[in-house]
Design a protein around this ligand. Structure first.
Ligand code: NAP
Length: 281
């Protein structure tokens, strides 16, 4: 089994980010990523801490804006609009989960595409789909970065994705098509998921259900990317893929240490790109 370790990839991205960030700082520009946190949520807080730690390590400033509870669409919108106007802010992330009663569709569109470092706005999604310059969701890019790093052939391969969310399943499908894979997307309404996962040469699982995919669901030699992050009752971090998959698959991302660290590094990389976009505006 090849362990598709994301940490060395993340480390390399961060060291490139640091070089670029220090150059900008030398010119008086502090690359700044703002993270709007609208709820109290343990998983979200852990993710935000990881972003702050990563940012600090590579000279990017992370500005965390924790909104008063309970937050509302109006409060979140006001904060995003303020950050959109703020020339000292280069990247904006709206951390999920959102408070009850608020909708991502009312908020994501407020993030200007040039600051949308996690590719959540409809404009970013549309431009990405049309092959135009835009930020794709960082997690989707992280999946592709891992496949590229480990030189996993994609052209003509059958890639099966489990999960069709806007931030993972759908953009991963698009990026894999761009790499000339043949893509099947499955989801909660798919009849007999296993029928598809068995055919996968590359399997990307992004559901949020621990142990969903087991060794009996896959064929030998499949490359498995486990995007899922779940916390067990004992507080352990696990993916969507059961550990017995390791005995059948050719390659597998660990959780933690696979897609997660690459995702946070790509957010920082996008922030540096956003500084460049800001300068040419
Ligand atoms: P999400 O928005 O909840 O989407 C989950 C998807 O899984 C949906 O498309 C859903 O189908 C599908 N699904 C649910 N139950 C299923 C089942 N039994 N069989 C097949 N498909 C099923 O979640 P997400 O934001 O994409 O995140 C997915 C996982 O990835 C979570 O564990 C999350 O924590 C993790 N994640 C990790 C990173 C990272 O950096 N590593 C980043 C983002 C997310 P329907 O559409 O039919 O409901």
């Amino acid at each position: 089994l090849i362990v598709l370790d994301g940490r060395p990839i993340a480390k390399r991205i961060r060291s490139d980010v640091k070089l670029a960030a220090e150059k900008f700082r030398h010119d008086g520009i502090i690359p700044t990523l703002a993270v709007v946190v609208p709820t109290n949520d343990g998983m979200a807080d852990a993710y935000v801490r990881a972003i702050v730690k990563g940012a600090m390590a590579c000279a990017v400033e992370a500005r965390i804006i924790k909104l008063p509870q309970p937050s509302t669409t109006e409060l979140i919108a006001k904060e995003i609009n303020k950050l959109a106007e703020d020339d000292s802010v280069h990247g904006i992330i709206l951390q999920t989960p959102l408070p009850e009663g608020t909708k991502i569709d009312d908020l994501a569109m407020l993030i200007p595409p040039a600051k949308d470092v996690d590719g959540v706005s409809p404009t970013s999604a549309g431009q990405t789909l049309f092959g135009q310059q835009a930020f794709a969701p960082a997690t989707a890019e992280a999946v592709l970065a891992i496949l590229e790093e480990y030189k996993i052939p994609l052209e003509g391969k059958h890639a099966v994705i489990v999960g069709r969310s806007r931030v993972v399943g759908k953009p991963v499908a698009h990026l894999l098509i761009e790499k000339h894979a043949t893509v099947t997307i499955s989801h909660s309404r798919t009849k007999d998921i296993r029928h598809f996962t068995k055919q996968a040469e590359v399997l990307v699982v992004a559901v949020g259900s621990p142990g969903l995919i087991k060794s009996k669901d896959i064929s030998p030699d499949v490359v498995v990317i486990d995007v899922g992050i779940n916390v067990t009752d004992s507080g352990e971090l696990v993916g969507d893929v059961s550990p017995d998959v390791a005995s059948v698959a050719a390659a597998l991302t660990p959780v933690p240490g696979g897609v997660g660290p690459v995702t946070t590094a790509i957010i920082l990389q996008h922030t540096i790109t956003a500084v460049g976009l800001h300068l040419i505006r």
